[in-house]
Design a protein around this ligand. Sequence first.
Ligand SMILES: Cc1c2[nH]c(c1CCC(=O)O)Cc1[nH]c(c(CCC(=O)O)c1C)Cc1[nH]c(c(CCC(=O)O)c1C)Cc1[nH]c(c(C)c1CCC(=O)O)C2
Length: 345
Amino acid sequence: MSDKSLLRVLAGEAVSPPPVWLMRQAGRHLPEYREVRARAGSFMALCLDPEAASEVTVQPVRRYGMDAAILFSDILVVPWAMGQELRFVEGEGPRLPPITDRAGLDALDVAGATAKAAPVMETVRRTRAILERDHPGVTLIGFAGAPWTVGCYMIEGRGGREFHLARRMMHAEPELFADILTRLEEATIAYLLAQAEAGAEALMLFDSWAGQLPPSAFRRWVIGPARRIRAAVREAYPDLPMIGFPRLAGALLPEYAREAGMQAVAMDTGMEPAWAAANVPENIALQGNLDPEALIAGGTAMEVEARLILQAMRGRPHIFNLGHGVEQPTPIPHVERLLEIIRAA
Ligand SMILES: Cc1c2[nH]c(c1CCC(=O)O)Cc1[nH]c(c(CCC(=O)O)c1C)Cc1[nH]c(c(CCC(=O)O)c1C)Cc1[nH]c(c(C)c1CCC(=O)O)C2
């Protein structure tokens, strides 16, 4: 049995106080991140510089004593590695030339993607070595975006909330859509296996837009790929745990939990923790789910919300986290206070 609290929870143990880390814990709310980010030039340059990326991965562990470090990278590194141009426009988000037809799909290089993402694997190797040396209780989490969510950006060429075009393609051009997601699934498996090989101790699959799909499509394009990706990782690395995040899954969260084979499922901000605890099998850990806005507000509002979550999760495997990523205006003292509250639980 590991002595890392996060790995114990992923093995099904209820650990008290629960381990804690925050999605997007390395990012613009930290001055030390902004400094490295400014030196790197662009966000992508930072993702592809193993020395700088491993430094920012470790920053929140050093500052806050988080129980996990999540690889500093982005879910859109996979389409970039498949040959789709990618840039991040300051204040607006990602831009890619949208894939709207078969020619766009055929131009992608699935087989070469993991090799092109080699700097990411070097970041994993370096980060793991730094953690083993300086922070031996901390777990290194690798990750990828799930095919549906990454496909949304590839098909639309930018971020959004509704992803009308991706959903429309799914219904109107089901073969093209299926081929895009199937190739993404293949690339994602190879990419995650390479992270495991490089030293990631757990892997998280982000499906941020899972809740945009009707239930039949959720089963086919969220649960299906998650189950196959999970099975492929298990075959190569039987002991490597995985966390699934089908954001906004709502009533379908328990079905995802039962069928995908993950050791934890992440709850988004709107999920009722007590309902998830009652409906997700007890051996599967729950992660989450403080509102990132409560963290920005701090004070009593944050304390009350944090305690409600801790109380609902008592006695079952739980990883404390937010319901979505840390936002830039988050005050550092609020994060520090949150950790005090959790660790006094
Ligand atoms: C949808 C998605 C993306 N990226 C990711 C998701 C899934 C999770 C979610 O729903 O938030 C995942 C992600 N993105 C990032 C990480 C690193 C690890 C972490 O600390 O959590 C992870 C795990 C860094 C990042 N990824 C991005 C930043 C900000 C870039 C910067 O520092 O300039 C960071 C720290 C950029 C990004 N990346 C993405 C968008 C839409 C944007 C632009 C919006 C923004 O600027 O905040 C795509």
